[in-house]
Every structure is written in C-alpha cells, then in structure tokens.
Design a binder for this molecule. Structure first.
Ligand code: HPA
Length: 247
C-alpha cells in the first residue's frame, strides 16, 4: 500500500475530516497494539493514513501510548511522511492559547517509556543523529502550506516533553523556561525519535491549549478552557493539511 502522508492526531483530534473512501486497518506489529486501527482514505489525490494517538475514545494516557507500535504500523503500511499533531501548553510569550506552532527542537523530560527499536534482544544498536529532531523539508513544506491556507503558524520553538498525565508545577515550568523550552507537551517523545530510527520524515504541529503553569494570569489551569482552545486550534489543521497536499 502506498501512503503519501500519515497523521497522528492528539487530544481533540480523533478523526480527520474530509477523508473519502475510508477503510479501517488493524495492523499487527512486533511491538504490540497500536493506539487504534489506522484509518486510511483519500484527501484529493493523496492517500492519507490517520491514527488517533490516544485511541478514538481517548482511553490511553500519554505515558501508556505504544509509540513504537504506532510508528512501526505507519511505516509498515508505506507511510514515509508523518505529521504528529500535539496539544501543548505555551511557555514563550508568543505561544499563547490557540496558537499553532511548528517546533524545531526538543528537550525530553520523559522517563520509563520505550524509546527505541534497539532494545529488542538481538536488534542492531544504532545511534541516530538527532541534532535536528524534525525533518527540515517537511517543516518548510508545512510553513508554505500555512501561508497558502492563511493559517497562522509560528515557525520554530523548543518542545519540552514531560511525562504526564498530570500537568506541571510552576517550578517545573520555570525550570523548563530556563532550559530554553517554549512549549510543553506530553506526547512529543519518544514519537519523534522513533520516527527518525525508522527514517521517516517527521514534523510536529503543536496546538497551544493553555498557558503552561505560571505563564498566564490564572492561578489554575482550567480544563474547559483547554478544550475550548483546542477546538479552535484543531479547526485550523484540516485546511493546513489540505494545502500541504495540494502542493
Ligand atoms: N502541559 C503539558 N502538556 C499539555 C499542556 C500543559 O500545560 N497543555 C496541553 N498539553
């Protein structure tokens, strides 16, 4: 099967509108179950595979996502370009709620996740280059698509990946800001590194759902507000992807 583009939808994006001729494909992987079946369909002339990272009913928390199975399955069905869509908190002043950003760096604070295909007995040990964790060409194509679609997309930023599922303390976010993080999310890693191990092109569209702890005026982060902001930001993803595909 040839797939032109794979999309991994995060919180708030459980199916991709506009796909036609949709078929569901359960993929058996050496790493166990994917988060859900792959949904394969057409968008214009392109074949697109969509996968809901947390499952279509959002039953899998960030630290329990089987990232290895998900990426392996997409690779197995022939995807070579993968876009992860991830809800995040904003740390940098220009990354407030409802912003869409295209990070260009990552700092990984996660732990106890299965982060590599190399830790299977007998697998060859490979040290991938990860200086630039996202694929430059795919990022450029997304920036051009955003311009064409009239979707504001902030170019660059450092994604700090936290363990979750709880949100962070103010002190943790203050440390992350000192470290150079601009965004904080729970699902950016190990997804990006696994994509690189499989030699997939990979980029992340980060949807800012809230100010990270201590970055806004509120004493607490409100869940209803997170969902309202995510709904707004998520609505901008299909036109962006459509413009990418039309190019
Ligand atoms: N922190 C971590 N992950 C998130 C946040 C946050 O504030 N908002 C949405 N995903």
């Amino acid at each position: 099967m040839s797939i032109d583009l794979a999309l991994i939808g995060g919180t708030g994006l459980y199916r991709f509108p506009g796909l036609s001729g949709v078929e569901r494909r359960a993929v058996d992987t050496p790493y166990g179950f994917t988060s859900d079946s792959l949904v394969v369909g057409s968008l214009g002339d392109c074949r697109v595979a969509f996968l809901a990272r947390h499952g279509e009913s959002h039953t899998i928390p960030p630290h329990r996502v089987n990232y290895r199975a998900n990426l392996w399955a997409l690779h197995h069905v022939g995807a070579r370009r993968v876009i992860g869509i991830n809800a995040v908190g904003g740390i940098r002043a220009d990354m407030g709620p409802r912003v869409l950003a295209l990070p260009d760096q990552i700092i990984d604070y996660t732990h106890e996740r299965l982060t590599s295909y190399c830790d299977v007995a007998g697998a060859e040990v490979r040290h991938i280059d990860f200086s630039e964790p996202y694929t430059a060409k795919l990022r450029r194509d997304l920036l051009l698509a955003a311009q064409r679609a009239g979707v504001p997309l902030v170019d660059g930023g450092c994604y700090g990946a936290t363990q979750g599922p709880r949100l962070e303390t103010r002190a943790e976010i203050a440390r992350m800001r000192r470290d150079g993080c601009d965004l904080v999310g729970m699902t950016g890693m190990p997804e990006a590194a696994l994509a690189r191990e499989l030699e997939l092109e990979y980029a992340c569209i980060a949807l800012v759902a809230n100010w990270a702890a201590g970055c806004g005026d509120e004493a607490e982060i409100s869940l209803p507000e997170i969902f309202a902001n995510l709904e707004f930001a998520t609505a901008r993803v299909p036109p962006l992807i459509t413009a990418l595909i039309e190019a």
